[in-house]
Ligand binder design. Structure first.
Ligand code: NOJ
Length: 478
């Protein structure tokens, strides 16, 4: 096989291996290099099972809450579903080869609970087990370190039917699932993350009714919060027990919250949002309890806290995953019952330039990652931080010559990484960085309309094209 054929067989367009002069110039402007981050630094990309795998009814996989939601007409944008997604289930080998070609040394992926246990508990699906063995083996054969996320939002529908995260039984369901995963894959995989972004699947799924399973109200949310918090320690201890030399983490969606005005009311509103978005899930795990003094309504959680829970809840994670994209600016709003504040309009109230807002509507705010790393790094019990997600959405298109030019994303990564390095140099123990995402994929309620990849996916043909941002990483990580 010649070079051109070899490249084609991995799904990469031949034209994508050459760096454009524009990228070379950007390279020269760089004030830092990969080596500044240290030699053991993990450089990876991230994905999640429901967002990329597809094959939703293949080889005995059971239904998840996202299958259910996306199959209801009018729910997800353009009625998109994860039925096929990026067909990663069938294309993982060539995708991993593309990752390798971009010089990444780590890959963060999640496991589909209902592929392993189609009913959520009980009968194990051997084909599901086999798929992740093959995926892990391929990573290892390429010298890519696998990082497993145990739960990235695709709860088996059978478990949601029994109450999902509102049912305390989930501690046992999750323990059973974690036992299976760690016994199967623990000899090969050392890096484990229990949950992906509790505040997003907990808040959007059980309080605001936006994400699957679209439940609302504090009566659903508060028990869910407590069980989500408890599960981190329950599963963390199982990973430690079953995996020799395990490195155990969990991830949090987080970002700084700024008050619009320098007034007492705006500052109070910002503190309430900070307690919700940034503190509510990490603090109990660190042994600091729920931030009830700032969010009075969190006191209602006591109803679900059983004797001994608060002692069992803390877990000494080896690392905390920080997932940061933007910041939030808020202002006082007496009508808002939860926070007494609301997020401001970026263009009208903050006067942010259009070019500093990504296609999904989030502000590009590189200093935010520095500030949140400092905020999380200041917690006494946080031993290490890994940036387990960071990236930007765009309306990317394939050009006539088969390239995907995404200069805004290249700039985004360069500036955010500069700020990660700044935090690291100031003493925050940052051990790795994962770009979200390896490739364009199913962006939850936005369907396929938002492209976060550094690799472009042409969905009708499943062709992959390394975007300029991917080429930038390839050069940077060389
Ligand atoms: C957070 C989530 O973990 C991931 O699933 C999502 O696609 C990205 N951030 C972008 O919203």
């Amino acid at each position: 096989m010649n070079r051109r054929e070899a490249i084609k067989s991995t799904g990469i367009l031949a034209s994508s291996i050459f760096l454009s002069p524009q990228l070379i110039n950007q390279e020269q402007e760089m004030s830092y290099s990969k080596t500044d981050f240290g030699k053991d630094f993990h450089w990876g990309t991230a994905t999640a099972s429901y967002q990329v795998e597809g094959a939703y009814q293949t080889d005995g996989r059971g239904m998840s809450i996202w299958d259910t939601l996306s199959h209801i007409s009018g729910k997800v944008k353009n009625n998109d579903t994860g039925d096929v997604a990026c067909d990663f289930y069938n294309r993982y080998e060539s995708d991993l080869e593309i990752m390798k070609s971009m010089n990444f040394n780590a890959f963060r992926f999640s496991i589909s609970w209902s592929r392993i246990l189609p009913e959520g508990t009980g009968k194990i699906n051997p084909k599901g087990i086999e798929f992740y063995h093959k995926l892990i083996d391929k990573c290892l054969s390429l010298g890519i370190t696998p990082f497993i996320t145990i739960y990235h939002w695709d709860l088996p529908q059978t478990l949601e039917d029994k109450g999902g995260w509102t049912n305390r039984e989930i501690l046992n369901w999750f323990a059973e699932y974690t036992e299976i995963l760690t016994k199967e894959y623990g000899a090969k995989v050392k890096n484990w993350m229990i949950l992906n972004e509790p505040v997003i699947f907990g808040g959007f799924g059980y309080l605001m009714g936006h994400f699957a399973p679209q439940r609302k109200g504090l009566e659903n949310f508060l028990p869910a919060v407590h069980h989500i918090s408890m599960v981190m320690g329950v599963a963390g201890r199982i990973v430690r027990k079953n995996v020799e030399k395990a490195i155990v983490g969990t991830t949090f969606s987080c970002g700084v919250i700024d008050p619009l005005k320098d007034t007492k009311e705006d500052k109070q509103g910002a503190a309430a949002q900070d307690a919700y978005w940034n503190r509510m899930f990490i603090e109990p795990v660190l042994g600091l309890g729920y931030p009830k003094e700032t969010l009075k309504w969190l006191e209602g959680i006591d109803k679900y806290v059983q004797e001994g829970d608060m002692e069992k809840l803390p877990f000494d994670f080896d690392f905390v995953g920080v997932q940061n994209y933007s910041r939030m600016v808020v202002t006082h709003d007496p009508n808002d019952k939860l926070f007494g504040s609301r997020g401001v309009d970026l263009k009208k109230e903050l006067k942010i330039n259009e070019k500093d807002i990504t296609s999904i509507g989030w502000e590009v705010y590189p200093e935010g990652i520095y500030r949140i790393l400092k905020q999380y790094g200041a917690y006494k019990n946080v031993k290490q931080i890994i940036v387990t997600e960071n990236g930007a959405a765009g309306n990317d298109k394939e050009s006539k010559n088969g390239e995907v030019n995404d200069p805004q994303r290249v700039k985004y990564y360069k500036e955010y990484l500069k700020n990660v390095l700044k935090a690291k140099k100031e003493g925050v123990n940052v051990g790795g960085y994962f770009a979200w995402s390896y490739m364009d994929n199913f962006e939850w309620m936005e369907g396929y309309s938002q492209r976060f990849g550094i690799v472009y996916v042409d969905y009708p043909t499943q062709k992959r094209i390394i975007k300029d941002s991917g080429k930038w990483f390839k050069e940077f990580l060389k």
